[in-house]
Design a protein around this ligand. Structure first.
Ligand code: AP5
Length: 215
């Protein structure tokens, strides 16, 4: 298929970024990741203030700011995995007007797993690669394997902000996931297992869902 639109959902720290990077490689997709784009533009002034003012508290950036980013990014790609969007009903309605996604994926993990993974995550501020200090450490402590830059703890990976992000997700995004479960071919994955095991079931269920689109 020349064009393919994929939505990937899951609680914070479920492994959306980790598995999206594998989907990009295996299925020739572009990774459109709203969190990364917003972090790169964290201090850009908008009429609502800067993205950083919301992100550092674990709140969502206003819909109008994120909608504009997504519309621009999607206008440039035909095959994409959209990671981190839509997160609200109003974003889902906006997406309806600018794109026609084909498949949705949901990676589920418990609250305990979200907290454990994000407390131990280290992120590369330059290329966005992520590590886990115990289960997926970089080859050289504190340095990115991909580009060599120094790894950091994201502002919103502090314990008090992690709790706030979990609440925001439950209140605002969990209903959006259920909305797409009814609307699109939907791949449910248990994210509690190691990354290779998650990938094994995700990739085969995803390939089946894509095959189903052309039949
Ligand atoms: P965003 O960057 O999208 O954060 P998130 O959804 O909270 O998700 P994370 O990136 O924290 O986790 P992930 O699921 O990608 O997990 P990862 O693969 O890194 O958004 C951040 C903020 O931006 C939001 O709070 C909001 O303010 C703003 N924003 C973004 N989109 C927005 C929107 N649409 N509207 C409004 N605001 C928006 O993995 C996590 C860790 O676990 C890593 O260390 C990894 O190595 C490890 N790991 C991954 N998989 C496994 C596994 N299977 N087993 C063991 N360890 C694993």
């Amino acid at each position: 298929m020349d064009e393919l639109g994929v939505l990937i959902f899951g609680p914070i720290g479920a492994g959306k970024g980790t598995q999206s990077r594998r989907l990009v490689e295996a299925f020739d997709l572009e990774h459109v990741e709203t969190g990364t784009i917003l972090r790169r533009n964290a201090h850009v002034e908008t009429e609502y203030g800067t993205p950083a003012e919301y992100m550092s508290k674990g709140e969502y950036v206003p819909d109008a700011v994120v909608n504009e980013i997504v519309e621009r990014e999607l206008s440039e790609v035909g095959r994409y995995v959209l990671d981190g969007y839509p997160r609200t009903r109003s974003q889902a309605e906006f997406l309806d007007g600018v794109a026609d996604p084909d498949v949705a994926i949901h990676i589920d993990v418990s609250e305990e797993t979200s907290v454990e993974r994000l407390s131990n995550r280290r992120t590369c501020p330059s290329c966005g690669a992520t590590y886990h200090v115990e289960t997926a450490p970089p080859a050289e402590e504190g340095a990115c394997d991909e580009c060599g830059d120094s790894l950091v703890v994201r502002d919103d990976d502090r314990p008090s902000v992690i709790r706030e992000r979990i609440e925001t997700y439950e209140e605002r995004t969990a209903p959006v996931v259920e909305f797409y479960r009814e609307r699109l071919p939907f791949v449910d994955v248990d994210g509690e297992r190691p990354p290779d095991a998650v990938w094994s079931s995700l990739s085969s269920a995803f390939a089946d869902a894509v095959d189903g689109l052309s039949n």
